[in-house]
Design a protein around this ligand. Structure first.
Ligand code: ARG
Length: 290
């Protein structure tokens, strides 16, 4: 059974701006409504994961660390190994200690086996910038706005897997998970404008034409590329109808959740979760995800 980490959204808010989507003024103006909507949205996402057959572990909320609700950025997890993140922005660096203790507790319980530090001087924002592609047996690795290029060598040595570096070209799509989502049938849903020419060439070299699904400006801005795929189910923010039918046409079931309070911080379904049981080899007993 798939196992995800999520964070209690009690202390979630938008009170600083470290990406162009973040709107502290909008949040301030409608604080109570936004807070209530965020709690509902997080609960709905959790329910959607459970309905798709997954289990969810929860990290407690911490006052003053509102972006703790995006655990995809906490670490890269594969085969029980946890490579802890280091955040580029001081606003999020306080999350590192909290996630470290959460992973150490998970290790005590045997949920993960190894908790590994990133060497000093490098930034890496976890599964937001390192997406495991089970079918192709590689990590797609975003870098530029948040994660350092140099951190990719560490990914390589910790996990011993092929790493495909993808340079991100835009500060609006600052994590790879905002613009790139491999699907269980081998397709890749991605937003070409977010990548440099070299990154696009690397994608095209590995993903044939008929498996590349290009997201439109509207799809990307609705944070629909930031999706959780479990077998034939794709859980995402409210989707433009054309995207939904394109995915349904390929045999996927699209489950939409209104995640607008989190889009106000520049995140949605994928980054509000972190898959803890991801393995490099397909597990017969598990849902064949990604
Ligand atoms: N406000 C958060 C930040 O800018 C949002 C993070 C969303 N995470 C993601 N993996 N896309 O860091």
């Amino acid at each position: 059974m798939a196992l995800f980490l999520m964070t209690d959204p009690t202390h979630y808010e938008v009170c600083y701006q470290i990406n162009p989507w973040m709107k502290p003024a909008t949040w301030r103006d409608e604080r109570d409504a936004c807070q209530a909507a965020a709690k509902r949205a997080s609960a709905e996402l959790r329910a959607a994961l459970k309905a798709a057959g997954a289990q969810v572990e929860t990290v407690e909320a911490a006052r003053g660390l509102p972006d703790l609700v995006f655990p995809a950025n906490a670490a890269v997890v594969l085969d029980g190994k946890v490579l802890l993140a280091r955040f580029r922005h001081p606003e999020r660096q306080g999350e590192e200690a909290i996630f470290r203790s959460a992973f150490c507790r998970l290790k005590t319980r045997g949920v993960v086996q190894d908790v590994i530090d990133l060497p000093e001087g490098l930034f890496h924002e976890g599964a937001g910038d390192a997406i495991w592609d089970l079918g192709r047996q590689l990590f797609w690795a975003g870098y530029g706005p948040r994660s350092s290029r140099g951190a990719l060598a560490v990914l390589q040595s910790v996990f011993g897997r092929e790493i495909v570096p993808l340079e991100l070209a835009s500060d609006r799509y600052y994590h790879l998970d905002t613009c790139f989502c491999p699907l269980s049938g081998g397709e890749v849903l991605y937003y070409p404008a977010a990548f440099t020419e070299a990154a696009l060439a690397a994608i095209r070299a590995r993903v044939p034409d008929d498996l590349r699904i290009e997201a439109t400006d509207e799809d990307a801005a609705a944070f629909c590329v930031n999706a959780v795929n479990l077998d034939r189910t794709i859980i995402m923010a409210k989707a433009p109808p054309a995207l939904k039918s394109r995915l349904e046409g390929r045999g996927y079931q699209v489950v939409e959740v209104d995640l607008s309070p989190f889009i106000l911080s520049g995140g949605a379904a994928y980054c509000m979760t972190l898959r803890l049981d991801r393995t490099s080899v397909p597990q017969a007993s598990a849902i064949a995800a990604e």
